[in-house]
Design a protein around this ligand. Structure first.
Ligand code: ADP
Ligand code: ZN
Length: 739
């Protein structure tokens, strides 16, 4: 870039602070300007910060006397390519989130802290003087020095790394001191070479694809470049087999594949399957990795060495120079949307990234989100159906148990208990699904009916019987379990069912069978989740009791019965997505039943068996529910027919939370945009959480551009708004939770 004479080169730098702007710096004194994509260390106020250069410019608003120099450049070569920087900028603009924080979210922790990209090692090597020194003479006078000199002579000019040297001569440092002083040996630091990744070996062949899978594969292979494919396949239809064949093509062509999976979908089982079939070790990126491991995986992807990168949400930002394909598995899963800080959807960013890089993207699910289905209807995305289960597996049979006639005892009705018994007798494994952990959702007084509430949240405390505690699942508050009511002194008892209570009841009823409960209470410790899943898979436990965690993508070969303990919560939800979500969760958990040759059965306990939702789902499957829900959304003008953004605020005083949103509303109204509805401010559905009052303002528009224009104007003004100082606030674009 040639710059006009006399004007200094300005670096536009992203610094991780909650402000929607870039910061201008001059290059480090006496150094060349760092290229875009490189990290620089910059003075920021009285601190030093790691920033990333976004671009070069010749203009700045900062007065010449005030503009500061970078302290140093941290990278020789850019960490982010132009395409990577494009994705970061796009994320910042689309989600109306400060670019510095977006960049920070995209960097592994070690790089964010300013560590070097490549680990270095200290090498000790012989000098020219050392080569010609008289060792014979030295042997007599200083035998240890002579020994060290010999070893380093043998090592040659590349020398030895200090660690390796210590292995050979543990006390080399003392002898070395004199040799350094005499200039016979020297020390330098060098980049440690990456261990060569285990060479690709031939993977195991997979099953012969059935006609549907083959057709799917042919459709996806056909075009060159960007295209969005929605692989809509019933559970167990062999979607993964389709991905595997595609990956093989891409990897064989020397390109890279990025696979995004839900948070709890990334199991050792999946990694082992990929490795077996593709013959390469996938680079895995998830939140549980240590800093060093994460950096190593990131480096491999950035260098193009890693051909298969499998990760959760944040892996979407990983630089991959030879990207050839993106796969998003279980795209309906909510863990693809980050719910705090930078509230991005990794699935949506994956589509944007694939478009920018002109590569195909495949989004798979048995229960595709309505947003994607609508794009398929309008023809912008291609829907590919896998309507039958692969191999011998048949679809499960659904049955409703009417709770108004067959009441539950500790969560289990008599008809369900009898069905469990029949499956166990036939040596089947059963899974009881209840999306509530703990013993019971609350404690109720037998006399005054008072329920125990959290002091800091508008929420009930959950009974955890085994630990004799009451816990708030929203703020984590704990209290000992009392036997009597705090207001009237009468006896209290647990009300409703949680997974602990269900486990106990089933154990009493089926004492000779092994029960395994899998929820976030039993799998909190690292590794326990994987161990529990492995046991469930091997069929060690006959009865599995679990939450949402168990419903995702797992394959339990012996499982023949799924019981849905309480499905009614979702029937009357207030969120416009309630029925979509309920259908997704029922279909996903039902999909665990009968995945091999034995017939699967699904029993749903409900007090409302006549609700049309159930008939629709059982007779027409997810497709029918989705079609109905889409028609309803179109009539009521909800997404995907309109676009939403939610502005949230939280404060110690309710009026502060509202006052801030009142200001926001006034600012929005100044723009007088057509087709923009502003709803609120109102209290959030759970108005008080962890001692803070929460309120929200919902923006809805049928014109996506207009909505973004307003948000773009709003954000910087809100940042400097005095009312903002008393609240925590955020903008959530395309929110998935409306609270
Ligand atoms: P999904 O990803 O749709 O849930 P998978 O690819 O995991 O499905 O396949 C489900 C099961 O069916 C797996 O055990 C898989 O090995 C098997 N399978 C997949 N495709 C075939 C096929 N064409 N023939 C036989 N078995 C298959
Ligand atoms: Zn609480």
């Amino acid at each position: 870039m040639s710059k006009p004479a006399g004007k200094p080169l300005i670096l536009k730098v992203a610094v991780s602070v909650p402000l929607s702007r870039q910061f201008d710096y001059l290059p480090a004194t006496g150094a060349a300007a760092a290229d875009p994509g490189c990290r620089v260390l910059v003075p920021f106020g009285r601190r030093r910060q790691v920033g990333v250069v976004l671009s070069h410019a010749t203009e700045t608003d900062v007065p010449a006397a005030k503009i500061r120099h970078c302290i140093t450049t941290l990278d020789e070569n850019p960490l982010f390519s132009d395409d990577d920087l494009w994705l970061l900028r796009f994320t910042s603009e689309y989600y109306h989130h400060p670019i510095g924080e977006v960049v920070a979210a995209a960097l592994p922790a070690a790089l964010r802290q300013g560590k070097m990209l490549h680990p270095t090692q200290t090498i000790v090597a012989i000098t020219d003087a050392g080569e010609s020194a008289d060792v014979e003479n030295l042997v007599r006078r200083a035998p240890r020095q002579a020994e060290l000199l010999e070893v380093l002579r043998d090592a040659g000019g590349n020398g030895l790394d200090e660690g390796a040297l210590t292995d050979q001569i543990p006390a080399w440092r003392r002898a070395g001191k004199a040799l350094f002083e005499k200039g016979l040996i020297h020390r330098f630091s060098a980049r440690r070479d990456e261990p060569e990744s285990a060479g690709a070996c031939a993977g195991q062949p997979g099953p012969t694809l059935n006609e549907h899978q083959q057709k799917a594969l042919d459709t996806i292979r056909k075009p060159d470049g960007f295209d969005v494919f929605v692989l809509d396949g019933v559970t167990g239809s062999g979607k993964t087999e389709v991905y595997l064949q595609l990956m093989q093509d891409i990897i064989a062509a020397g390109k890279q594949v990025l696979v995004l999976v839900p948070e709890i979908g990334l199991t050792p089982q999946l990694v082992a399957r990929l490795q077996d079939r593709l013959g390469i070790v996938p680079s895995v990126l998830h939140s549980g990795l240590g800093d060093t491991e994460r950096l190593q995986a990131w480096r491999g992807a950035r260098a193009g060495r890693a051909h298969l990168v499998v990760g959760t949400r944040s892996a979407i930002f990983t630089p991959m120079p030879n990207l050839g394909l993106i796969v998003v598995d279980e795209e309906h899963d909510h863990s693809f949307k980050q719910q705090e800080g930078l509230r991005y959807s990794a699935r949506d960013l994956a589509i944007a990234r694939a478009k920018r890089r002109d590569v195909p993207i495949v989004l798979g699910s048995a229960t595709p989100t309505l947003e994607l289905l609508q794009h398929c209807l309008t023809g912008s995305y291609t829907r590919i159906e896998l309507p039958v289960r692969a191999g011998d597996a048949r679809p499960p049979i659904f049955r409703l148990v009417d709770l108004s006639r067959a009441p539950m005892v500790d969560g289990v009705s008599e008809p369900l208990a009898a069905t469990i018994d029949a499956h166990l007798q036939a040596d089947g494994q059963v899974l009881m699904f209840l999306n509530r952990r703990g013993f019971a959702p609350t404690l109720i007084c037998s006399s005054c009916s008072r329920v125990t509430e959290c002091a800091r949240c508008d929420s009930r405390m959950t009974v955890h019987a085994r630990d004799r505690q009451l816990r708030c699942h929203h703020c984590g508050a704990c209290r000992p379990l009392a036997a009597t009511c705090a207001s009237c002194g009468a006896e209290v008892r647990p009300l409703g069912e949680g997974t602990q209570r269900l486990e106990e009841a089933l154990q009493k009823r089926f004492p000779s069978h092994r029960i395994q409960r899998i929820d976030s209470d039993t799998t909190a410790r690292k590794g326990t989740m994987d161990a529990a899943l492995a046991m469930a898979e091997q069929g060690v436990a006959d009865i599995l009791v679990g939450t949402q965690m168990l419903s995702k993508g797992h394959h339990f070969p012996k499982l023949t019965l799924v019981g849905i303990i309480n499905a009614d919560q979702g029937l009357f939800g207030t969120d416009f997505r309630s029925s979509e979500r309920l259908a997704q969760s029922v279909i996903q958990v039902a999909g665990r039943a009968g995945r091999e040759s034995r017939q699967g059965e699904v029993v749903i306990q409900t007090a409302f068996p006549d609700n049309p939702f159930w008939q629709c789902l059982i007779e027409g499957g997810y497709g029918r529910v989705a079609a109905d829900a889409l028609a309803e959304r179109q009539a009521t003008r909800w997404p995907p027919f309109t676009w939403l953004a939610l502005i949230r605020s939280a404060a110690h005083r309710q009026q502060d939370a509202h006052a801030f949103l009142d200001v926001a509303r006034q600012l929005i109204e100044k723009h007088a945009i057509e087709h923009l509805r502003v709803l609120g401010p109102v209290d959030a559905p759970m108005a008080r959480r962890a001692g803070r009052f929460r309120a929200q303002l919902l923006l809805q528009s049928s014109d996506r551009k207009a909505l973004h224009t307003v948000l773009g104007h709003l954000r910087p003004v809100l940042e400097s708004e005095p009312a903002a100082r008393r609240v925590r606030w955020s903008i959530d674009v395309d929110p998935v939770e409306l609270f």
